[in-house]
Design a protein around this ligand. Structure first.
Ligand code: UT7
Length: 335
């Protein structure tokens, strides 16, 4: 019998405050039609000032424990994927441990931009497989509004705030579990999507602040080209590697950066849109949170079948990209 990891609970948290395309029209030179047709986004959520990435993540972790009916004290590891940590250190994972009451867990952060959740999922899976841990929480959480320049129309229409989380537990059941993941990075893409200052290269200074270097910078066109290619490649490749094809999928859950990037991958997979989870119109790009948020909503909507094959795929800053293949193990929710 092979010990595998399976997703035994999934949850998400989104802030109440909504920022619509029409709100953005009043802030920068943009319009609802441009944003909808170029990205698929209609609105995004914004976290209140004074709250941070760890607050959203902790809410998601608390919901996860309620859903699985476990005490937060039972969690052994918390891994938080984020590009918007509350601060450089301590890690956001440490803060989530405290705020969620998971006092027995050790915790750390993973930085892989939009691919952070799939990187962290792969790491968490190894602790389960190795037999060293039985309850690992993987969170994707980003307060993108904290690093978004609401004077830059190229980026401010794209991003939003959210968190999503999964609980990993061991299983020897062939009908459920994390089957495989393929992860990649290419540092030659570093300059196309980044936050230039605040790190050891350009510590905060008057110059970095007045130059807007503490905000997201993106060369959208270049990132778009790579994203379309790589996300479609990695989706098809992981299926082939494991002897599946698009028609075997119950659900495709892609990173939500741009509807047109999703369309490219859907076309290559040759699947119908009723098997694709898309919620970009309501949340925009929430970076590390997009995949667990989309999975959580798909689960709540009863769209994922027990025993069904789910494909996750992502592309992000770094560049980083990857995919994971999962056999879903939970019954549909009753409420
Ligand atoms: O999640 C991490 C990975 N990130 C991504 O995958 C994002 C990848 N990139 C994209 O999704 C797209 O490149 C964007 C949505 C960012 C931009 O779409 P685009 O079709 O590549 O537009 P563009 O940057 O080529 O701009 C086209 C035009 C430009 O005007 P000109 O030069 O043709 O006169 C822009 O100035 O649209 C203009 N533009 C806007 N107009 C209205 C750019 N942003 C806006 C805006 N509203 N918000």
């Amino acid at each position: 019998m092979v010990r595998k990891a399976w997703i035994s609970a999934v949850s998400h948290y989104v802030p109440d405050k909504v920022l619509t395309n029409f709100d953005l029209e009043k802030m920068v030179d943009t319009n609802d039609e441009w944003i909808r047709t170029r990205t698929g986004i209609k609105e995004r959520r914004i976290l209140d000032p004074g709250l941070a990435t760890s607050d959203m993540a902790a809410e998601a972790v608390k919901k996860l424990c309620m859903q699985r009916n476990i005490d937060p004290m039972d969690i052994e590891v918390i891994i938080v994927a984020t590009v918007t940590p509350d601060m450089f250190f301590p890690s956001t994972g440490n803060l989530v441990q405290e705020k969620s009451g998971s006092k027995n867990a050790w915790s750390f952060d993973v930085a892989a931009a939009c691919s952070g959740f799939l990187y962290a999922l792969s790491i968490g899976t190894q602790y389960i497989r190795a037999g060293t841990h039985n309850k690992v929480v993987v969170v994707g959480s980003d307060k993108m509004s904290a690093i978004t320049n609401y004077r830059d129309r190229n980026t401010c229409v794209l991003f939003g705030d959210a968190a999503g989380a999964v609980l990993l537990e061991p299983t020897e059941d062939d009908d459920k579990g994390i089957i495989d993941s393929m992860l990649f990075s290419d540092g030659s893409g570093a300059d196309y999507l980044k936050m230039k200052a605040g790190g050891s290269l350009h510590p905060a200074s008057l110059e970095t602040i007045t130059s807007d270097w503490h905000f997201i910078y993106q060369d959208g066109k270049t990132v778009f080209k790579f994203a379309v290619q790589k996300m479609a490649d990695v989706s098809v490749d992981i299926l082939e590697k494991n002897g599946y094809q698009g028609s075997d999928l119950n659900m495709f859950i892609p990173h939500q950066a741009n509807q047109r990037i999703i369309d490219g991958a859907v076309k290559r997979l040759g699947i119908d849109y009723d098997k694709v989870m898309i919620n970009i119109e309501r949340y925009g790009n929430t970076t590390a949170a997009t995949i667990p948020l989309a999975l959580s909503e798909a689960y709540q909507q009863g769209r994922v079948e027990k025993g069904g094959l789910i494909l996750f795929a992502t592309f992000g800053g770094g560049f980083t990209w990857g995919s994971s293949l999962v056999k879903w193990g939970l019954e549909k929710p009753t409420t």
